[in-house]
Design a protein around this ligand. Structure first.
Ligand SMILES: Nc1nc2c(ncn2[C@@H]2O[C@H](COP(=O)(O)OP(=O)(O)O)[C@@H](OP(=O)(O)OP(=O)(O)O)[C@H]2O)c(=O)[nH]1
Ligand SMILES: [Mn+2]
Length: 181
């Protein structure tokens, strides 16, 4: 928590890298998983004009609790309540069946905090671009298209948060034949 903003960000990046060290993305190249949280943080600074360090910290840490053994208490201890709150908002309940988890994301999106909405938009933008880049191992074309349709429904609940990200997401949805309002 203490330290210059730069030191705090490097501590987050290091924490996420250690936590995700054995994970790979689902693409054929098995890209290191850490590329994703770093890429989400980079979208926020480079493409969304975000300069709130709390949001960038949360972006770097956003999948640690959902996808590794990290607990929210650990995030609180190392990075404080503000960051931990956003990470909690980014964490799906893995006890729920997948279809229900996906439904919950659509339902919860409109009620997310403004900072969590920014991270959620950047997360979806990264994942949709990743799907355009290459199909994850074992995914059919239909599954890819279903992810776009579902992401469009989640993004509907996040609108009004960041014009640049929403415009780029809308371009992607249109490229997939999904009508945007
Ligand atoms: N597009 C893409 N996604 C990959 C890849 N490797 C891992 N993922 C992750 O897979 C998740 C989407 O896959 P699903 O089958 O829908 O979800 P699941 O992993 O939770 O079962 C995303 O998780 P998430 O970050 O929690 O996001 P979200 O599901 O909440 O959008 C995404 O980060 C990849 O190579 N390409
Ligand atoms: Mn993610």
């Amino acid at each position: 928590m203490s330290g210059t903003p730069l030191a705090v960000l490097m501590r987050c990046m290091n924490f996420a890298a250690v936590k995700h060290k054995n994970q790979r993305r689902k693409d054929a190249e098995a890209t290191p998983y850490i590329n994703h949280p770093i890429g989400v943080a980079n979208i926020l600074t480079e493409e969304a004009g975000v300069d709130d360090v709390i949001v960038i910290q949360a972006a770097l840490l956003h999948d640690t609790v959902e996808d590794t053994n990290t607990t929210i208490d650990e995030i609180v201890e190392h990075f404080g309540h503000n960051v931990a709150g956003i990470v909690a908002e980014m964490t799906d309940d893995k006890n729920l069946a997948k279809a229900e988890r996906k439904r919950q994301q659509i339902l919860h999106a409109p009620h997310a905090s403004p900072k969590a909405k920014l991270v959620k938009l950047a997360d979806k933008l990264y994942n949709l671009r990743d799907l355009q880049r290459c199909t994850p191992c074992g995914w059919s074309e239909d599954r890819v298209q279903e992810y776009f349709v579902w992401a469009h429904q989640v993004v509907a609940g996040l609108r009004g948060s960041n014009r640049q990200l929403e415009n780029k997401l809308d371009d992607l949805f249109r490229s997939r034949g999904i009508e945007v309002a």
